[in-house]
Design a protein around this ligand. Structure first.
Ligand code: FA5
Length: 342
């Protein structure tokens, strides 16, 4: 019996040194000290030996039991510490002595107004379409009735890629694909970033946002166009503003208009933002040219429609009284943080 006890002690020590997780330790505990554990079985076996021997063997077995209990407890503690150290070492390090940065982020004013416009138009049954910034010559020009060598291209020089594609100069670049996607009737707006090779000034940037809209159905007329433009502007500005509609030429509309807004920076008196004219070109628009409808797979004999190309960045300038368009792209948090309340 004594040899059995010593063999068990040796086996336990070997198994204990191999135990590297809390789970294996628990298995060991059950295997030695549980109801049917090896040490418990030894104790049960004492009933078959004589009284003399029982006393001596009982002491040995109890000593082994105590040793197993103590060794298991010590090993469990050591494992716990090792696991905690591992967790600390793998956790993200940070300096608790650094001052708290109380500056809160906020949406860019262009995002705020874009979302407001999206809400206005979706409430009137328009879908909101996303479109790439890199497009083909066909999408940006040819599909909207601006063939190669058309003089209207001069107004929209842009950045060309080696593969012949370009950074879109106008959101009109999405017109053709959207017509082909939905057919008629359709109501869609498509905001997007545009790029032009511009000499920048207070109201011109090389990178700016437009938001295009199209409505195509039977019997759509200029009255529908004016209604939607008025509704949109009165909801965005939440006050009366002066607008004027004058003829404008764009190859993709016939007739075409320029919708100007009385400059809200100077109240129409004239300033650098409106080039001292008192008016700011905001939203060219018109009735979609039959060639453009046809190219989009829509029969111009059956359907008519209007399109507009809102200068979203300029609208933001007017709404918030931003005098220089370049502030909006500057990343200057001091200038932009004033819109935080939105
Ligand atoms: C166009 O881009 C036409 N695609 C708009 C259109 C769409 C007309 C559908 C008819 C039907 P235009 O180049 O004028 O047009 O630009 C439209 C608006 O974008 C301008 O009125 C102006 O508000 C804004 N915009 C144009 N160029 C710049 C620029 N460099 N910086 C900031 N805003 C600009």
């Amino acid at each position: 019996m004594k040899e059995k006890i010593e063999a068990l002690r040796a086996r336990f020590e070997a198994e204990l040194s191999a135990a590297k997780t809390s789970e294996t330790l628990e298995k060991l505990r059950v295997g030695y000290l549980g109801k049917k554990g090896s040490v418990t079985e030894l104790l049960k076996g004492l009933k078959d030996v004589g009284a003399e021997e029982k006393r001596e063997l009982g002491q040995h077995i109890n000593a082994l039991k105590k040793q197993v209990e103590e060794r298991l407890a010590a090993q469990a503690e050591a494992l716990k510490t090792a696991e905690e150290n591992l967790l600390i070492a793998s956790a993200e390090q940070y300096d608790v002595t650094l001052p708290v940065n109380e500056a809160q982020g906020s949406y860019h004013p262009i995002t705020v107004v874009q979302r407001q416009l999206e809400e206005i138009f979706t409430s009137m049954g328009f879908t909101v379409e996303d479109y790439p910034e890199i497009v083909t010559d066909y999408e940006c020009f040819e599909a909207v009735n601006v063939p190669k060598d058309h003089p209207a291209r001069d107004m929209q020089d842009t950045f060309w890629l080696d593969n012949g594609q370009l950074l879109k100069t106008q959101t009109s670049a999405a017109q053709n694909a959207i017509m082909k996607k939905y057919g008629a009737p359709l109501r869609a707006i498509f905001p997007g970033r545009c790029f032009r090779n511009e000499a920048t000034d207070a109201s011109h940037e090389n990178t700016f946002f437009q938001m295009e809209g199209m409505m195509i159905d039977k019997n759509i007329s200029i009255s529908n166009l004016i209604y939607f433009m008025k509704t949109m502007l009165s909801q965005v500005f939440e006050r009366d503003i002066q607008v004027r509609l004058r003829p404008g030429f764009f190859p993709f509309v016939e007739p075409g208009f320029e919708l100007d807004i009385s400059c809200l920076i100077c109240g129409g008196e004239g300033c650098p933002t409106c080039k001292h004219s008192g008016w700011l070109e905001l939203c060219p628009c018109g009735m979609i040219h039959p060639n453009v409808l046809r190219e989009g797979g829509i029969d111009p004999e059956e359907y008519t429609g209007f399109a507009f190309g809102l200068g979203l960045t300029r609208l933001v300038m007017m709404k918030y009284g931003v005098k220089d368009i370049r502030d909006l792209n500057s990343g200057n948090l001091k200038a932009l943080s004033q819109f935080k309340h939105e």
